[in-house]
Design a binder for this molecule. Structure first.
Ligand SMILES: *Cc1c(COP(=O)(O)O)cnc(C)c1O
Length: 392
């Protein structure tokens, strides 16, 4: 053992690196194409857009940078407001602030755990007005610039009602599909339904490149703008002329090489996630107080991060305690993110809705679900959870 980093016996979610990652990365090193120019970047973009069935894809350095560029390309300006999910990893909300805009945080719903479409509708119909052709928040006086539904944990947001009201008011939709690559909403892959879709290839995402992201869209003007901004807005590469302030957000060829190898196994990875979820679902069914993550008849979840709700009054132990018990047995679990409405990082944000994201946060626990987790390991997690209340 050369590493002194302590690993849990059963980690939450670690990558599956079993394909052609080694030969592809070696090819980058052998040919000197190690930076953001090189054949794997284009190949990864090409194969990724083919997988999704969309016209354009732009490989970038992270999911967060994809969201940042998507907001600029969608025309969001300083002091605009952007409607976004309250129960999410913080990245999309931070990206809103990067462009000088402000988040309007929308409560989750019980059905999908994602953005509640009726809260969005009530807000737009009841608390907004159209001035000079643009939708404005009556309370703040600010223009609404976009909507970012976040498809959390692998499950799609109920998009149709949101798309409908967005169309009525000319609002672009930027899908944060970083956690739900491979999921479908009414037969369409998430990330391809709004104007721009954003993906992440961070370490624990379905596909990983170590770090990386992708922005996808149907429209060629949007695509060129995102690509241009990701390369320091370089207009003339010979004379080094830049026509606006851009960003160094390109993915490297080494990362893209890893992405190509990972993408070759996407169906296998999705099948593993599904198999893991089905085994957990069946095993937790007879346990009172444990509710598996949502499934809806209008979607196919990618089951990226398997999560349960623990109703302590029925189960007999709360999620903090369950987490501790499992940790002492070498099993890594994780609660859902603090709802952004309570985040000190965004204490000036307006929140709309009720107490659903708060309740989900209080009760949810994500369980080990690495694509290569064995059935024996999974059964150990299930046994430990069953034993929780017996031994407390
Ligand atoms: C992972 C993630 C991101 C961004 O990913 P990075 O690649 O780490 O920047 C954005 N939004 C959500 C919901 C995520 O889970």
């Amino acid at each position: 053992m050369s590493s002194n980093i302590q690993s849990p016996q059963i980690p939450l979610c670690i990558p599956s690196i079993k394909g052609r990652e080694w030969p592809y990365i070696k090819e980058c090193l052998d040919t000197n194409w190690v930076s953001s120019a090189g054949p794997f970047v284009e190949r990864f973009e090409h194969e990724f857009k083919d997988y999704l069935g969309i016209n354009h894809s732009i490989a970038v350095s992270s999911g967060t940078s994809a969201l940042h560029l998507a907001l600029i390309a969608a025309g969001v300006e300083p002091n605009d407001e952007v409607i976004v999910s309250d129960l999410t990893f913080i990245a999309p909300v931070n990206a809103i602030r990067y462009v000088g805009a402000w988040p309007i945080l929308v409560d989750a719903c019980n059905e999908s755990w994602g953005m509640n479409p009726s809260v969005v509708k009530t807000f737009i119909n009841g608390s907004c007005e159209t001035l000079n052709g643009y939708l404005h928040n009556k309370k703040s006086g600010r223009r609404i610039g976009a909507i970012i539904p976040v498809h959390i944990l692998g499950h799609p947001v109920d998009l149709n009602p949101i798309v409908e009201i967005a169309l009525d008011h000319g609002l672009p939709i930027i899908e944060d599909a970083t956690e739900s690559l491979g999921a479908t909403y009414k037969g369409n892959k998430v990330g391809t339904i709004g104007q721009i879709g954003c993906f992440s290839f961070n370490g624990n995402k379905l596909l990983t490149t170590g770090g990386g992201g992708m922005a996808v869209c149907h429209d060629s003007v949007l695509a060129s703008r995102i690509r241009h901004l990701s390369k320091q807005a370089k207009k003339d590469p010979v004379e080094s002329i830049h026509d606006e302030i851009g960003f160094n957000y390109r993915l490297t060829n080494i990362q893209a090489a890893m992405g190509c190898a990972q993408l070759e196994r996407i169906n296998e990875l999705l099948a593993s996630k599904k198999r893991i979820a089905q085994h957990y679902d069946l095993s937790f069914k007879p346990i009172p107080g444990i509710t598996p993550m949502p499934r809806t008849d209008w979607s196919q979840s990618a089951c990226w991060m398997y999560t349960v709700l623990i109703d302590s009054s029925v189960f007999g132990m709360d999620r903090h305690k369950v987490m501790q018990k499992l940790a002492s047995a070498g099993i890594q679990t994780r609660p859902l993110w603090q709802p952004i409405q309570f985040s000190p990082a965004h204490d000036r944000a307006q929140f709309i809705g009720g107490t659903v994201s708060q309740r989900l946060h209080n009760n949810a626990l994500s369980l080990p679900c690495s694509p290569d987790i064995s059935k024996i390991e999974q059964d150990r997690v299930i046994e430990m959870i069953k034993n929780c209340t017996l031994s407390s």
